[in-house]
Design a protein around this ligand. Sequence first.
Ligand code: N2P
Length: 346
Amino acid sequence: MKKFATVVALVFLLPLLTACPKQQTRDELRIYNWSDYMPEEVIQDFEKRENAKIVLDTYDDPEAMVSKLQAGGDSEYDVVILSDYLVGQLAQRGTILELDKSKIPNFKNLDPSFADPAYDPGSKHSVVYQWGTTGLAYREDLVKGPVDSWAVLFDPAKSVGSFLLLTEMREQVGAALRYLGASVNSTDPATLERAKRLLIDAKRRSQGFAGGTDAVQQVLSGNVAVAVAYSGDAFRAMEENPKVKYVIPREGGTIWSDVLTILSKSKNSELAYKFINYLLEPEVAAKVSNGIGYGTPVPAALPMIEARDNPIIYPSAEVRKKLEFLGDLGPAADLYNKIWAEVRAQ
Ligand code: N2P
């Protein structure tokens, strides 16, 4: 009887099983990116082209992102988009791959000034995705005075209204350092101590800390008058409400690149290479910049970029002279972490 049942099962059920349509297995690419930093269209076009599925996770605080990678998150993603100043430490720890440029033929599309950056000579471990600046976003109808200096955060006498500080440690400490007339990369303990005091005071008078996307949303909604913000996020908010403005304080600030990297533990580095190569196609690079409002490192994309003459995204040579790149801190990273922990705890 048992045998009979088995035969029946085989005769009747097997054809049913094999007749089921084969499950289409789509290649999966897992990306870890800043929030609000890649247009949906660019993701979908790649999915269609490669019959792939992109799984996107986002962050707002690069230090938290690095901690997550170190705590095992580096096997959860294939591509990570991150700040230029983090490349050195992640390469040194072996978290990110040394890139095989033969798999990125569009690397030649990069502007030469982006192809050999000081933080990653020869773009050994990273490829520039977008670049921008960090400054102050504000609502001109809500501020009580001029917004042209970091003093609106650090000098109570120059306050123009409620404000938010930025969660990105290097940017926020850098702003305090520039206000003091120092480099954003200062490692001098006495200068950093002064920056720490400024930050603790500013924190007490502020509405707290916010990531770039949230900060600009709060300016847009009028929840705060001023926020430390990234250029492209501010630019997009300005398009929604022209009363939103963005300024690089007269003391200067930072200019930065965010880069594409492949994790050493990536399960699909072939697709990761294809994705990086895809983002360097001029048409795709133009779509990225048109969608998120940041600068492109691909010159052939510029004619297709609507805001190519906008000084918020492409600051003049004059303004650029006041901007510094954030560098790798080396052993001074510990001092920054200590100061930042104190600022956040107070
Ligand atoms: C994301 C923009 C982040 C860029 N909204 C900061 N380097």
